[in-house]
Design a binder for this molecule. Structure first.
Ligand code: ADP
Length: 324
C-alpha cells in the first residue's frame, strides 16, 4: 500500500506552521510562514496555499497521496463547514469560509477546528492518549482549555463550544473577573498569570522567595516561579501546590462527569513537571469518586510544539479517529 499523508496547518498569531504528516503521525515535511494578520486573512491564506504547493513540490508527494487538509485555529470554528467564526487574537478573521477556499483551490477535503481540539486529537491518535478511548486533554498556559474524546469520538457540543474547562466555575461568590465576564472561573485561579499574581502577593506579604532573586532585571514569569520551585524554594512550591489544587478540583469534577481513562496535560505551565502534576494527582484522588479516580491516569502531553500540525492533519480523515 502506498503511504498516505495529510496536510496539517497550525495557525497562530505570529506564525503559521504547515506540515505533511503520514497516517502514523510522522512529520515528513514542515515549514512555517508569518501570519501577518495586519495584511488581512486573504494574504495569510495565499501564503499558506503557496507553502502547501512548495511542500508538495519539495517532497515530490503526488496530490493523489494526500488524504486531506486540516487546520487548527485559536478561536471559534464550525468544524462541519470549515467556517472560521472568529479568532479573538487574530484581527480580520471573521466568518472566513476557510474549508471552502481550500477545497476549491486544492480539490482536497478540508476541515478546521479550534487549536485545543486539534491538539487533543493529536495526543489521542499519536501521543500520550494513544490506546485510550476516553481522554480529556487540557492545556495550561496563558489560559486554560480542554478537549474531550468520549468513546473514541471528539465531543464538540451543540454549538461546538464543548471543553471550556477554563471556565468551570469553582467559586460561586467573588473572585477575579475572568475574560469571559464571569467570576470564579478556573482560569482566574490557575493559569500562567495566576502564578505570577500569587508570586506578587507573596512578595507583598514580605516573604523571601527565590523567584525574586531569579528575576532581578526581568519581570516575574510562571516559568521563573517554576524554576525556583524545582530548585526547592518553599514559597514557589506552595504556589504550584495551590495552582495544582485548583486544577485538580476542576479535574475531579471532570473525572466524576466523564470517567476518562487518561487526562493529558500540556501547555507551557505543564512544563513545570511534578511540582504541578503531584498536587493535581493528589487532589483528583482525594476529591473524585473512587471508582472513577482508580481508572484515571494523569500524564504529560507528548507531542509538544507539533501537537497542532499532527492533530490538524488527522481532522480531514475522520475515519482514522472517528472525530465526528
Ligand atoms: P499560550 O500563551 O498560548 O497559552 P503556552 O502554552 O506556551 O502559551 O503558555 C505560556 C505560559 O506558560 C506562560 O505563562 C509561561 O510563563 C509559562 N511557562 C512556560 N514554561 C514554563 C515552565 N517551565 N514552568 C512554568 N511555567 C512555564
Amino acid at each position: 500500500m502506498t503511504t498516505k499523508y495529510n496536510i496539517g496547518v497550525d495557525l497562530g498569531g505570529t506564525n503559521v506552521k504547515i506540515a505533511i504528516v503520514d497516517y502514523d503521525g510522522h512529520i515528513v515535511y514542515s515549514n512555517s510562514v508569518p501570519t501577518r494578520a495586519e495584511m488581512g486573512y486573504e494574504y495569510t491564506i495565499s501564503n499558506i496555499i503557496t507553502e502547501i504547493q512548495t511542500s508538495l513540490k519539495e517532497t515530490q508527494i503526488p496530490k493523489s497521496d494526500i488524504g486531506g487538509i486540516g487546520f487548527g485555529l485559536p478561536g471559534q470554528v464550525d468544524y462541519e463547514k470549515g467556517l472560521v467564526h472568529i479568532l479573538p487574537n487574530i484581527p480580520g478573521w471573521i466568518n472566513v469560509p476557510l474549508g471552502q477556499i481550500m477545497e476549491e483551490r486544492f480539490g482536497l477535503p478540508t476541515k478546521a477546528d479550534n487549536d485545543v481540539n486539534v491538539a487533543t486529537l493529536g495526543e489521542f491518535a499519536h501521543g500520550a492518549g494513544k490506546g485510550a478511548k476516553d481522554i480529556v486533554c487540557i492545556t495550561v498556559g496563558t489560559g486554560i482549555g480542554a478537549g474531550i474524546i468520549a468513546n473514541g469520538q471528539m465531543v464538540r457540543g451543540a454549538s461546538m463550544a464543548a471543553g471550556e474547562l477554563g471556565h468551570m466555575i469553582l467559586k460561586d461568590q467573588g473572585g477575579d473577573i475572568c475574560g469571559c465576564g464571569q467570576t470564579g472561573c478556573l482560569e482566574t485561579l490557575a493559569s500562567g498569570p495566576s502564578i505570577v499574581k500569587l508570586a506578587h502577593d507573596y512578595i507583598m506579604g514580605g516573604k523571601s522567595c527565590k523567584f525574586k532573586e531569579l528575576a532581578i532585571n526581568t519581570p516575574i514569569t510562571s516559568q521563573i516561579v517554576g524554576e525556583a520551585a524545582n530548585m526547592g524554594d518553599a514559597v514557589s512550591k506552595r504556589i504550584f501546590e495551590i495552582i495544582g489544587y485548583w486544577i485538580g478540583i476542576a479535574l475531579a469534577n471532570t473525572v466524576n462527569l466523564l470517567n476518562p481513562e487518561k487526562i493529558v496535560i500540556g501547555g507551557g505551565v505543564a512544563q513545570a513537571g511534578d511540582i504541578l502534576f503531584n498536587p493535581i494527582r493528589e487532589t483528583i484522588q482525594k476529591r473524585s469518586l473512587k471508582v472513577a479516580a482508580d481508572a484515571v491516569e494523569v500524564v504529560p502531553a507528548q507531542l509538544g510544539e507539533s501537537a497542532g500540525v499532527v492533530g490538524a492533519s488527522i481532522l480531514a480523515n475522520s475515519n482514522l479517529v472517528g472525530s465526528k
